[in-house]
Design a binder for this molecule. Structure first.
Ligand SMILES: [Zn+2]
Length: 263
């Protein structure tokens, strides 16, 4: 999912490279570019209500009992079941909150960005019909309402609109979502979702030492596609696990407990 053009991101699947131990098939880390790192960083901008809706709610699965223990799901269900007569606000504000960020479009999780506020219309001013008259010593009146008041100086109705010759300001353009990190940067992501910029061989060697990888030959590459199920699995793992990559991508692992719940 590229962060720049949403239409492009829908047609272009995101892939990352997993570095897996030949023995044990453990995922040690992932190599990824901007698109995946932007996605992970966007987790920090997701409202809790959206997480409850998309990551913690499970319907009709074997894991339903487990998800029932999640307090956030009970909060979500409470709002969902609450009578609108007891609410001052539309419950969708809580059940379907918008993405906090306008710099990233989270197409996979289908969390909408907030609409851009529309610029307010320029104010209108009205004057009395004798505004230009010199026969009154006091200034004539100006009002923001048409025809509702009379001039304090001459008593005429204030209903002639003032015309401004200033050029109206350009309406603000919607910012193009550009994500959070620069396109040129490369990263590795460890199993606990630490995101580490990698710009040298020394950085990789340092990582191997940290992960206790003795020889590069211990590892092999595995390319995987990151689709909706994987993203939801990663989001859930980010909340409840310290082994996100292995939870989601390890062969045979299940992420079905994180099924999307579409209200
Ligand atoms: Zn007047």
């Amino acid at each position: 999912m590229a962060a720049g053009d949403p239409s492009e991101s829908k047609s272009k699947p995101m892939t990352i490279t997993l570095m897996v131990t030949k023995k044990g098939r453990k995922i040690m880390y992932a190599e990824a570019g901007k698109d995946f790192v932007d996605l992970l960083f966007s987790f920090l901008m997701i409202p809790t209500g959206a997480i409850a809706k998309q990551a913690l709610v499970s319907k009709g699965t074997k894991e339903e009992d487990q998800t029932k223990t999640c307090c956030i799901k009970n909060l979500y269900d409470s709002v969902q079941n609450l009578s609108p007569s007891l609410l001052k606000a539309d419950k969708e504000i809580l059940l379907d909150p918008k993405f906090f960020s306008v710099t990233y479009t989270n197409d996979i999780l289908r969390i909408q960005s907030p609409p851009r506020p529309q610029p307010a219309a320029p104010p209108r001013y009205f004057m009395c019909t004798n505004f230009a008259s010199r026969y009154h010593s006091h200034p004539h009146s100006i009002s923001t309402e048409c025809g509702t008041v009379t001039c304090s100086s001459c008593g005429s109705l204030v209903n002639r609109e003032l015309k401004f010759v200033d050029k109206p300001p350009e309406p603000a353009k919607d910012p193009v979502p550009t994500g959070y990190v620069k396109k040129s940067a490369n990263f590795v992501i460890t199993d606990d979702l630490s995101v580490i910029p990698v710009n040298s061989t020394a950085a990789i060697v340092q990582l191997w030492n940290k992960l206790d990888v003795k020889e590069p030959t211990e590892l092999e590459e595995r390319n995987v596609t990151v689709g909706p199920n994987e993203v939801i699995g990663l989001l859930r793992a980010a909340m409840v696990s310290t082994t996100a990559l292995n939870d989601v991508f390890k062969a045979g692992s299940k992420v079905s407990m994180c099924k999307i719940y579409m209200a």
